[in-house]
Design a protein around this ligand. Structure first.
Ligand SMILES: Nc1ncnc2c1ncn2[C@@H]1O[C@H](COP(=O)(O)OP(=O)(O)OP(=O)(O)O)[C@@H](O)[C@H]1O
Ligand code: SF4
Ligand SMILES: [Mg+2]
Length: 359
């Protein structure tokens, strides 16, 4: 479980589970369909002002998890506590008002801007609804906020007159004006060029000084490493690794999926032939309900000759292997414990609290 708190308790989500679909198809007349599981019991505990990065390939369930935490999508099972309160017990009718402190920056910001309202009107409305601020003070705060994003001259523009990056900045500005305790930021810097990206990150991290915490979802691993206190890696609806950003060290055992994500980001990807070979060896005849769901793509498993054993028989769960690093991989967990055992045998008397440097 990702359960080490860095600030005062804010979020405690346990066993968050979600499936989509099921039912009987068109007009309820088709054959019954099995729901498709998307989240398989995900845990996350966060403190105030903390930034948790969430990475994983497209479709792994990142957005769904963020939405379940805020009840934009209702989880099927699990518990979510926000600031000590049972969030899942809040009546649906009260959610809108309660959401002032718990906000989402949507992956697609276009959908949440009203085409008939100017940028200034959007932001003034946010101040009025969430903080009760109106009139001159609201105008001043709106201009200040837009100034942080280099967009003061857009105060009278309509969404249709903005570029994609400008719409994204308005959506971030609007969220920050609510002074939230928790923001699920879903790809907030996607499509922004480098200087604008820096402005947006700066504004978001500035809000962190006022104890705003973020679940920061992104495919941009450089941004994730820059902003996050720790990083969760999600594969097919399960967290397979938890890393502290000051301990991302290539020397440490990492989940093979994490290694693949970081290699892909460096364009250091396996060759086409290797991928094809792995794919060919993949799913056919494999029961992924049992054993490690990553094994069809796992180089270690293929190199072992797809041996029988824990990889094929037991679902790996997160195991603490180093500091606060956790990994859900039988082989990497065993390797980590043998590294620790060697350290103890070979280096008696060396202080145990030596930090790895950031790679
Ligand atoms: N409302 C929905 N109804 C049915 N299926 C859904 C719904 N929302 C998401 N899904 C499915 O759940 C899976 C996870 O989707 P999700 O959007 O959470 O992935 P993601 O990790 O955020 O991907 P990306 O990186 O592309 O944004 C996908 O297979 C998606 O098609
Ligand atoms: S548990 Fe086995 S199959 Fe799964 S990632 Fe680890 S080595 Fe690969
Ligand atoms: Mg998404």
């Amino acid at each position: 479980m990702a359960d080490q708190l860095l600030g005062k308790p804010l979020l405690k989500a346990l066993n968050v589970t979600k499936s989509f679909g099921g039912g009987r198809g068109f007009l309820g007349m088709g054959p019954p369909k099995e729901p498709t599981p998307v989240l398989h019991g995900v845990d996350l505990v966060m403190g105030a002002g903390e930034v948790t990065g969430l990475i994983g390939e497209s479709g792994s369930g990142k957005t769904t998890f963020g939405k379940c935490l805020l009840r934009i999508v209702e989880p099927d099972a699990g518990t979510v506590e926000l600031e000590g309160r049972d969030w899942l017990a809040v009546p649906r009718n009260d959610l809108q008002a309660e959401r002032a402190r718990y906000q989402m920056i949507y992956q697609n910001p276009y959908a949440c801007l009203n085409p008939g309202l100017t940028v200034g009107a959007h932001l003034r409305e946010t101040l009025s609804v969430f903080r009760g601020i109106k009139g001159d003070e609201a105008d001043r705060l709106v201009l200040d906020e837009l100034g942080r994003f280099g967009m003061q001259d857009k105060v009278t523009s309509y969404p249709g007159e903005l570029s994609g990056g400008e719409k994204r900045r308005v959506s971030v500005a609007r969220t920050l004006l609510t002074q939230p305790a928790l923001v699920v930021a879903d790809e907030p810097t996607s499509g922004l060029d480098a200087s604008v990206k820096a402005d947006v990150l700066d504004a978001m991290l500035h809000a962190r000084d006022a104890d705003t915490a973020y679940l920061f979802i992104s495919h941009d691993l450089d941004v994730i490493r820059f902003v996050s206190d720790r990083i969760l890696v999600m594969y097919r609806g399960r967290i397979v690794e938890v890393m502290e950003t000051d301990r991302i060290n290539p020397e440490l055992p990492h989940h093979p999926y994490t290694v693949m994500l970081f290699e892909a980001a460096r364009a250091d990807v396996p060759s086409e032939e290797e991928l094809e070979a792995r794919k060919g060896a993949q799913v056919r005849g494999l029961d992924l309900e049992v054993g490690c769901p990553y094994r069809p793509l796992c180089a270690i498993w293929h190199e072992s000759g797809r041996a029988e054993g824990p990889c094929t028989e037991e679902l790996p769960t997160l195991v603490q292997i180093h500091g606060h690093q956790q990994v859900a991989c039988h082989v990497m967990a065993a390797e980590a414990s043998s590294i620790e055992a060697n350290k103890t045998t070979n280096a008696p008397g060396i202080p145990g609290d030596q930090k790895e440097s950031k790679s």
